[in-house]
Design a protein around this ligand. Structure first.
Ligand code: HEC
Length: 377
């Protein structure tokens, strides 16, 4: 697997399995996907492969426009004049006033043409990294790189295999006047005609560059980019304290909160625990999807950092065992308790909920323990 390569993760497969086994996070996920929690190399690679296959983009403005016309050469009704201009420059051959980009950035994903990797003149014969050549050893492969998809190109800077161009403007400036005469430079990027063969100079105007950039923006699939399924699940992992450390409370107890159970929204078996609470006090959990810092609510000690106007509350009396109290609460994730909240809600996958426990002393102060943020799957 590529992740073993030194320029990727540089980790052996047994190390990968060991790391995954060490994190509680994966246990319910392996059970959900494979029937039990055993981590193996094969299961890990299958899960990764399935994840990568799920990363498809088909909801950009380009896709919407493409569905309205018979072929990509026609003007798209949902595009501005500038976007259509950029599209035509991208698709049309030079004799029709275009730059032939789609010969290589082919098909509906603007990706690798059928002939495979090629040389687009971005590197010289002398550069160390000669691309595909280092895998095949074939001199005809020197300087060849895979033609990357241009889907979401506006949000994936920097550009080229080594990120040498910081912006699309720089990248297009290269195609305009900077294509280098590599021995394997693709004929598509050589000037035609007698005495030709030199790297082509498109000499794009700034207006043409702007039109191409406007066209690239239509390839951005914001639905996919904002899909919580593809967001980082770790910052909000169970047990992560997102706001403050427990504030010292007036009774001197360092109360804390934790959660156990499943983070799968449909599983209904999450339990919150708060420990080290002083006995004989009134205590409750507060939970909400927003992360809002409320300073000293009600003249209390500490900061409440969940909620906003619309959090759920779960009231509970403290256990009176021993000197230090603890409370637990089982959450039905589809039916959130909202005893003091103005609305009812349930937890759905892709949401992060923040829970905090607090208690009220006999003297009247409220005291806050730590919080947990939980990303639900
Ligand atoms: C001969 C084939 C070919 C043609 C024609 C071509 N490209 Fe490329 N393009 C490539 C290859 C190969 C790469 C990747 C090079 C690398 O990784 O260093 C690339 C990379 C790019 C990138 C950067 C992609 C990324 O994710 O880093 C952009 C943007 C781009 N091309 C736009 C264009 C535009 C616009 C045109 C037309 C003016 C064009 N290309 C014409 C082969 C081509």
């Amino acid at each position: 697997m590529p992740l073993q390569d030194s320029v990727e993760m540089g980790m052996t497969l047994p190390q990968v399995v060991e790391r995954i086994e060490q994190r509680d996070f994966y246990e319910p996920l392996f059970t959900e996907a494979f029937g039990d929690a055993t981590v193996t190399t094969q299961r890990t690679s299958r899960a990764l492969a399935q994840f990568v296959r799920s990363l498809t983009t088909y909801q950009s403005r380009f896709d919407q426009g493409r569905a309205m016309v018979a072929n990509p050469g026609q003007n798209f009704p949902n595009f501005t004049a500038q976007e259509n201009q950029g599209k035509n420059l991208f698709f049309a051959p030079p004799q029709a006033g275009g730059f032939n980009c789609a010969v290589c950035h082919a098909g509906e994903a603007q990706i690798n043409r059928p002939a495979g990797a090629t040389n687009n003149g971005v590197i010289s014969n002398a550069e160390v990294d000669q691309g595909v050549f280092h895998t095949t050893g074939n001199p005809a492969d020197r300087g060849k790189f895979k033609v990357p998809s241009l889907r979401n190109i506006s949000v994936t800077a920097p550009y080229m295999h080594d990120g040498r161009f910081a912006t699309l403007q720089e990248t297009l400036q290269f195609y305009s006047t900077g294509i280098q005469n590599h021995a394997n430079l693709d004929p598509v990027l050589r000037a035609p005609g007698p005495g030709g063969g030199q790297p082509v100079r498109f000499n794009m105007t700034q207006g043409e560059i702007n039109a191409l950039i406007a066209f690239f923006d239509t390839l951005t699939d914001t639905t996919m980019l904002n899909d919580p399924k593809f967001s980082d699940p770790f910052p909000a992992e169970m047990g992560y304290t997102y706001c403050n450390d427990a504030a010292d409370n007036t009774t001197g107890f360092s109360a804390s909160i934790s959660a156990t159970g499943s983070i799968i929204a449909s599983a209904n078996d999450l339990t919150l625990h708060a420990v080290n609470l002083p006995e004989n006090q009134f205590s409750m959990f507060v939970g909400g999807p927003a992360q809002v810092l409320v300073l000293n609510p009600g003249g209390s000690q500490g900061n409440l950092c969940v909620g906003g106007g619309n959090f759920g509350r779960i009231a509970n009396s403290l256990q009176l065992s021993g000197t230090i109290g603890a409370i637990s609460y089982d959450l039905d994730l589809q039916n959130m308790p909202t005893s003091a909240a103005p609305y009812t809600t349930s937890i759905t996958s892709g949401m992060t909920w923040n829970f905090q426990s607090w208690f009220r002393e006999n003297g009247g102060n409220s005291n806050f323990s730590n919080a947990v943020s939980i990303f639900f799957l």
